[in-house]
Design a protein around this ligand. Structure first.
Ligand code: PEP
Ligand code: MG
Length: 757
C-alpha cells in the first residue's frame, strides 16, 4: 500500500493541469485498490455544490453533475469531515444518487473527505458492485491518500485559476493568494521570479524570443559539463575499476543529442528559456526512474538529477549571479527569500517582494521591513514558477496577493498606495521632534540596522541611537569571514554616523535561519541548535576578531555598546565578558587606550527570562529580543507559515513575560529596552512604554509612525490600557480591548484596525 501511495503521489506531482491531476488520481486508485469506481467530488467555491470532477467507473458524461452540499452520502462525508463506509449504500439514510452516473449498480461505498488546512475541499469515493464493507486497511489507506493529495489538488487548482489559456482570456479575475504579512505597504508591479542557484526544482518558466542564441548557451553549458566529466574520468582512471569507469561513458551518452540534450533543445525551440527546458526535462526523467521498482534503475534518477544540476549551474553562471534581472516596477518572487539575497539586490527598481517559504518574523522579512519594501511571505500556494512577467497586486498589510487583477481592484489599491505615500511624507515633519507623550513622558526611539543603507535611513527618520546592529548581515553577503581590518571599517561607519549617540553592536548571531555559505551549519532543528553566542563561544577566534574590530573602530568615537545574543545560562555571559576583557587587554598591549564598553545581553529564551535579574547583576543593559522570545515561549517556529497565525506578540504569556523582564531589570537598576519587532508596532510600542521599557529599538521605516502615536497619547492612558490588557487571558479579547482603548484615546485613525499581529 505504501508503495502504491508513493507511486500515486510521485506521478500526480508531475502533473500541473487540474483535470489531468484529478483523472490520474481516480485511475490510479481504482486500479491500485482493485475496485470498480473511484471518483472525486470538489466543492464549488461560489455555490458550495459538490461537483463530480473526475471518475473512473461512472459514466463519463455525468462528470460536471453536482449535488447540494447537504445532499447524498458524499454531502455527509463533506459535512461531517469523516469517512463513511457501508456495504449497502441504498439503505443509507442520506442516500441520493445523481441520475446519469450509473452509480445505482454499485452497492459498497467508501467515501473520505479531502481536507486542506481545516477546510473540506470535497470527497474521494470508491464503490463496488458486490455488497461488502471495505476493510479497515482500505479505509485508512484512502484517508492517507486523500490527506496527501489535498495539497496537490490545491496547487493544481491555483495554477488553473491563474493560467491564461488561449480559449479563455482570463480564467479568474482577482484571484487571491493568502500569505503572511512580511512588510507593510502596497505594491503593484510585474513579477520577476528568481531561482535558487543550481536548484532544478525552483527554476521558473520563462518565454524567450531568440531561441537560437538560447540553444547556443545551452550547448556551451553542455560542453563544459562534458569536459568536466572527461577530466574527472581521466583523473580517476588509475583508481577505478572498469565498471566504474564505464559510468562516465553512460553519463556522456546521456548528454548526446538523441538523448536528454535533444529533448531539451526541442523545448527551447518551442520558445522556453534553457534553464526551464533543462529542469523540466530532467525532472520528468527523474520521476520516471523514481517510479521503477528495480533499485538499479531507480538509482539512475540521481545520476540524471546530478547532471542536470551541473548544466544548470553553468547556465546560471552565464546569466550572472542569481539571474536577477530587474526592470522598472518589479516585484521579486523567490521560493525562499534569504537575507543574503536581499543584501545583494539593487532596490531602486524593486517595488515588492514575495517569498513562497518563510514567515513574518523570518530574517528576510525583517530586512524587507527595514528596507521599506512591501513584502508577502509564506505564499505557499502560489504557483510561482509560472508567473514571470505577470501583474500582481501585493498587499503587505494583510499578506494577500492578487493575480489577474480587475480594473476596479487596481484602482482601489492604486488609491490606497497614493494615500499611504502621502501619509508617509506628512510624518517627515516629526523628524526633529521628540517622542514625547501629551503628558510629558519621553520615550527614546532607537533603530535596528544591518544593511549599509539602514544608517542613512535611520538618520533621515531622526533615530536617537542604534539599539541593535545585526553584525551578521555584512558577514552574510561575503564569501569568507571578513578580516579584522575589514570588520573595523564596517563598524566604524555605524559608529561614526551616530556618534555621540549610542550604537549597540550585537556579536555574530548566526544559526537558525541565518547561515553563512562559507560556514554551513546543518541541523535537524536549527532554531534549537547551534545559534548566536553558542557558536561564538565555541569559536573564540571568530569572537575575538570581531570584538577587537569593534573596539578598534570605537577608538575614535567612544559610543560602542556590545550585546550578546541567545544567552541561556550565566556561564555564557561570564565567559563572553572574559573574552571581551581579553580583547581589551590585547589592544592595550598594542598601545591603544581602550576601556571595556558597556556590555548587555538579549533576553530571547525562556530560561534567560527567569535569569533576567541574575544577568542584570553582571551586565550594563538588557535588551529583549521579542522575536525569538515569542517563538520559544509559544513553541511556534518564526519561519513556518503554517503556524504563522499562532505566532502573536499579543499572546497573554508573551505580554506577561515582557512585563516580568522590566520588573526584574528594574530591581537591579539596569536599563531595559526591546529590539524585537513588537517595538515597531505602534500599539505594541505604547504597551511597552507603559510597562516601563527605557527605550525602544525598531526598523527605521516604522519609527515615524511610532513617534506620531506616542506624541498623540497620554502616558497615563497607556498605563490604564496596559492594566486592562494584562488582566485578560485570550489573544482575541486582548486585541479587542486594545482596539477599543486606542479608539477611546483618539488613536483609532493612526492605528489601523486589525493591525496587531
Ligand atoms: C529578536 O529575536 O527579537 C531579535 C531582535 O533578534 P533577531 O530577530 O535578529 O533574531
Ligand atoms: Mg533573535
Amino acid at each position: 500500500m505504501l508503495k502504491l501511495l508513493r507511486k500515486i503521489v510521485t506521478e500526480v506531482r508531475a502533473e500541473t493541469d487540474l483535470e489531468a491531476v484529478l483523472k490520474l488520481i481516480v485511475c490510479r486508485i481504482q486500479e491500485g485498490m482493485n475496485t470498480q469506481v473511484c471518483s472525486i467530488y470538489l466543492k464549488d467555491t461560489t455555490n458550495k455544490r459538490l461537483t463530480l470532477r473526475a471518475s473512473e467507473g461512472l459514466h463519463q458524461k455525468s462528470i460536471g453533475s453536482s449535488l447540494s452540499q447537504h445532499e447524498g452520502v458524499v454531502g455527509l462525508v463533506a459535512n461531517r469531515a469523516e469517512p463513511v463506509n457501508t456495504d449497502d449504500i441504498e439503505q443509507h439514510p442520506s442516500y441520493c444518487f445523481i441520475p446519469g452516473t450509473g452509480e445505482e449498480r454499485f452497492h459498497s461505498f467508501l467515501g473520505v473527505p479531502i481536507i486542506y488546512q481545516r477546510e473540506v475541499l470535497g470527497g474521494l469515493v470508491i464503490q463496488q458492485f458486490d455488497g461488502r464493507r471495505y476493510k479497515e486497511t482500505e479505509e485508512s489507506f484512502l484517508v492517507t491518500v486523500s490527506a496527501q493529495l489535498a495539497g496537490i489538488i490545491i496547487q493544481a487548482e491555483a495554477t488553473a485559476a491563474v493560467t491564461v489559456t488561449k480559449l479563455q482570456k482570463k480564467s479568474q479575475v482577482d484571484r487571491c493568494f493568502i500569505g503572511v504579512s512580511g512588510a507593510a505597504g502596497i505594491a503593484i508591479g510585474k513579477m520577476v521570479v528568481v531561482s535558487e542557484s543550481a536548484e532544478l526544482d525552483s527554476v521558473a518558466e520563462r518565454q524567450i524570443e531568440d531561441t537560437y542564441s538560447e540553444v547556443r548557451s545551452f550547448e556551451a553549458a553542455l560542453e563544459h559539463v562534458r569536459s568536466d566529466i572527461r577530466s574527472a574520468s581521466a583523473r580517476l582512471a588509475q583508481r577505478l575499476g572498469e565498471q566504474e569507469q564505464a559510468l562516465f561513458d553512460v553519463y556522456l551518452k546521456m548528454l548526446e543529442d538523441n538523448s536528454l540534450a535533444g529533448e531539451i533543445v526541442k523545448r527551447i525551440m518551442q520558445g522556453n528559456w534553457a534553464q526551464w527546458a533543462l529542469s523540466s526535462v530532467v525532472i520528468e526523467h527523474c520521476r520516471q526512474f523514481d517510479m521503477m521498482d528495480d533499485p538499479y534503475l531507480k538509482e539512475r534518477a540521481s545520476d540524471i538529477r546530478d547532471l542536470g544540476k551541473r548544466i544548470l549551474a553553468y547556465l546560471q553562471e552565464q546569466k550572472g549571479p542569481q539571474s536577477i534581472d530587474l526592470a522598472e516596477g518589479s516585484v521579486l518572487v523567490a521560493e525562499e527569500l534569504s537575507p543574503a539575497m536581499l543584501g545583494e539586490i539593487h532596490t531602486d527598481k524593486l517595488l515588492g517582494l514575495i517569498s513562497v517559504k518563510g514567515s513574518g518574523n523570518s530574517h528576510a522579512a525583517i530586512l524587507a521591513r527595514s528596507m521599506g519594501i512591501p513584502t508577502v511571505m509564506g505564499a505557499v500556494e502560489l504557483p510561482y514558477k509560472k508567473l514571470s512577467g505577470r501583474t500582481v497586486v501585493l498587499d503587505g498589510h494583510s499578506g494577500r496577493l492578487y493575480l489577474n487583477p480587475s480594473t476596479e481592484l487596481l484602482q482601489i489599491y492604486q488609491a490606497q498606495l497614493e494615500q499611504e505615500q502621502q501619509q508617509e511624507a506628512e510624518l517627515d515633519v516629526l523628524k526633529m521632534l521628540p517622542a514625547q507623550t501629551q503628558d510629558g513622558v519621553t520615550m527614546p526611539l532607537w533603530v535596528n540596522t544591518g544593511l549599509i543603507a539602514d544608517v542613512q535611513r535611520a538618520l533621515d527618520k531622526g533615530a536617537e541611537g542604534i539599539g541593535l546592529y545585526r553584525t551578521e548581515i555584512p558577514f552574510m553577503i561575503r564569501n569568507v569571514f571578513p578580516s579584522e581590518h575589514e570588520q573595523t571599517q564596517i563598524y566604524a561607519k555605524q559608529l561614526e554616523a551616530f556618534a555621540p549617540r549610542p550604537v549597540t553592536m550585537r556579536t555574530l548571531d548566526i544559526g537558525g535561519d541565518k547561515s553563512l555559505n562559507y560556514f554551513p551549519i546543518e541541523e535537524e532543528n536549527p532554531f534549537l541548535g547551534w545559534r548566536g553566542v553558542r557558536v561564538t563561544l565555541d569559536h573564540p577566534e571568530i569572537f575575538l576578531v570581531q570584538i577587537r574590530a569593534m573596539l578598534r573602530a570605537n577608538d575614535s568615537y567612544g559610543n560602542l555598546r556590545i550585546m550578546l545574543p541567545m544567552v541561556t545560562s550565566i556561564n555564557e555571559v561570564t565567559e563572553s565578558i572574559a573574552l571581551i576583557d581579553q580583547a581589551v587587554l590585547e589592544l592595550r598591549e598594542e598601545g591603544l587606550k581602550v576601556e571595556r564598553p558597556p556590555v548587555g545581553v538579549m533576553i530571547e529564551v525562556p530560561a534567560a527570562l527567569y535569569l533576567t535579574r541574575v544577568f542584570a547583576r553582571h551586565v550594563d543593559f538588557i535588551s529583549v529580543g521579542s522575536n525569538d522570545l515569542t517563538q520559544y515561549l509559544l513553541a511556534v517556529d518564526r519561519n513556518n507559515p503554517r503556524v504563522a497565525p499562532l505566532y502573536s506578540s499579543y499572546h497573554p504569556a508573551v505580554l506577561q513575560a515582557l512585563k516580568y523582564i522590566v520588573k526584574e531589570a528594574q530591581r537591579e537598576h539596569v536599563d531595559v529596552s526591546i529590539c524585537g519587532e513588537l517595538a515597531a508596532d505602534p500599539a505594541g510600542a505604547l504597551l511597552l512604554m507603559a510597562m516601563g521599557y527605557n527605550y525602544l529599538s525598531m526598523n527605521a521605516n516604522n519609527l515615524p509612525k511610532v513617534k506620531s502615536v506616542i506624541r498623540n497619547c497620554n502616558f497615563s492612558e497607556a498605563r490604564v490600557m496596559l492594566k486592562k490588557v494584562l488582566r485578560l487571558n485570550d489573544i482575541e479579547e486582548i486585541k479587542t480591548e486594545m482596539q477599543s482603548s486606542l479608539n477611546a484615546m483618539g488613536l483609532g485613525s493612526l492605528i489601523k484596525e486589525g493591525s496587531f499581529k
